[in-house]
Design a protein around this ligand. Structure first.
Ligand SMILES: Nc1ncnc2c1ncn2[C@@H]1O[C@H](COP(=O)(O)OP(=O)(O)OP(=O)(O)O)[C@@H](O)[C@H]1O
Ligand SMILES: [Mg+2]
Length: 384
């Protein structure tokens, strides 16, 4: 599986494609010498006639991807995809093994056993993270990953139907971590051993992760996201989903520190209490980060997390950062995964920066360089 993204790039033009439940996000990069240039970036909502709580249909996804490709002026057909959170199992474990072969075997067995997928439907991989010394024993700190093979096939099929050629399939939070690390390194090239948290607020779910250097050390997905705000508006005004979503996205909408969403309607401003949603999100972030820190000895700098970077489409809700801070979550910033990149001068592309946070996973997918000899997932992609 493609976690490291550090090996050589095979495709100088490529698209990172993040298919969500609400929208598809694509970023095309081009290599010019050692530089990567953002050639195109586009987000298109997936039109769903059914209940917003149901997964979008393959037809609706393919339609959104095709629209994204044409309206965004994408040129490449090589694509790197991210697996949806429910198709991936991730676990961080200390495994004891006296040789690389034994470690390989132990890790694979542990991944198959832990994953909530049928053993016949699972692709597994692992990555050894920085060693944590345990005196006299060969203990390795390992990230296990297992993915549903049938979901990978479904993703490959979707890409194929949209006229794209998959190069690799990656894990969303791993791609997002790569993007955050890249931005951090551009900002301050000194390596820091301090773990950093990021929180990707999607439509239905939010993924809270901790990275150290460029390694993902923790990730948990919780069922709260931008859709919960839409649901609150629809409930408060007794209107349908589409209309509520439109209101949420309109300029005047903002979340106050006390978690009241202020929206502009024809009758004037209306307050929609959202403390339940913000409270749940804040609690989940705090609980996840506490869990991460609890794995280290009290006071150890290894477990002390800096403030959290917010990302994902849900993070574009004006005021969400401050409302979370009011609940005691230390927010560092809202991610800008395009920062430091040269952006093609085509019309329309410059303004994409306003929605940058939504592209974090797509950028991470596009900037990884995937080597095609190491993984089952890539073999499947190559065979598609
Ligand atoms: N400008 C904006 N202001 C407020 N909310 C926004 C804005 N743009 C997008 N959103 C919200 O962000 C969410 C979509 O974010 P994103 O594209 O990251 O989700 P997704 O990847 O499709 O969903 P998921 O990851 O949960 O499957 C939706 O709830 C959408 O309403
Ligand atoms: Mg998403």
């Amino acid at each position: 599986m493609s976690f490291d993204g550090k090996t050589r790039a095979r495709t100088p033009h490529r698209i990172g494609l993040d298919i969500g439940t609400h929208s598809v996000k694509g970023v095309e990069v081009v290599e010019r010498g050692s530089e990567l240039i953002i050639r195109a970036a586009q987000v298109v909502p997936i039109l769903s006639t059914s209940n917003p709580n149901e997964p979008p249909t393959p037809d609706a996804i393919v339609h959104a991807v095709r629209t994204m490709l044409t309206t965004g002026g994408f040129q490449s057909n090589k694509v790197i995809l991210a697996l949806p959170p429910e198709a991936v199992y991730m676990k961080w474990l200390h495994l004891e093994a006296s040789s690389p072969t034994e470690l390989d075997e132990t890790a694979r067995v542990a991944a198959v056993r832990g994953a909530p997928f049928d053993p016949d439907d699972v692709v597994v991989d692992y990555r050894v993270l920085l060693p944590r010394a345990r005196r006299g024993r060969n203990v390795h700190f390992v990230m296990l990953v297992a993915a549903s093979a049938s979901t990978i096939d479904t993703m490959l099929d979707l890409a194929d139907r949209a006229g794209l050629e998959p190069v690799a399939v990656d894990v969303g939070p791993v791609a997002a971590a790569r993007s955050i690390e890249d931005t951090t390194r551009r900002g301050s090239p000194l390596w820091s051993g301090q773990p950093r948290a990021h929180c990707i607020v999607g439509a239905r779910s939010t993924t809270i992760s901790v990275i150290r250097g460029d390694e993902l050390e923790f990730a948990r997905t919780v069922p709260v996201g931008g859709n919960d705000f839409t649901a609150r508006i629809a409930e408060r005004l007794s209107i349908d989903w589409e209309e509520a979503e439109k209101i949420k996205l309109s300029r005047g909408t903002r979340l106050l520190e006390n978690a009241t969403l202020v929206i502009a309607t024809a009758e004037g401003e209306v307050s929609v209490p959202c403390d339940n949603v913000v409270g749940r999100l804040a609690r989940e972030i705090q609980r996840s980060l506490r869990f991460f820190s609890s794995q280290y000895a009290e006071g150890s700098y290894l477990g002390i997390i800096g403030s959290t970077v917010l990302a994902g489409g849900g993070a574009l809700l004006r005021g969400l950062d401050r409302a979370l801070m009011y609940q005691g979550v230390e927010i560092n910033s809202i991610a800008d995964p395009f920062a430091g990149f040269s952006v093609d001068a085509r019309p329309g592309l410059q303004s994409i920066g306003d929605f940058a946070a939504q592209f974090i996973t797509a950028v991470g997918l596009a900037i990884g360089s995937y080597c095609d000899d190491s993984s089952l997932v890539e073999d499947r992609a190559a065979a598609a």
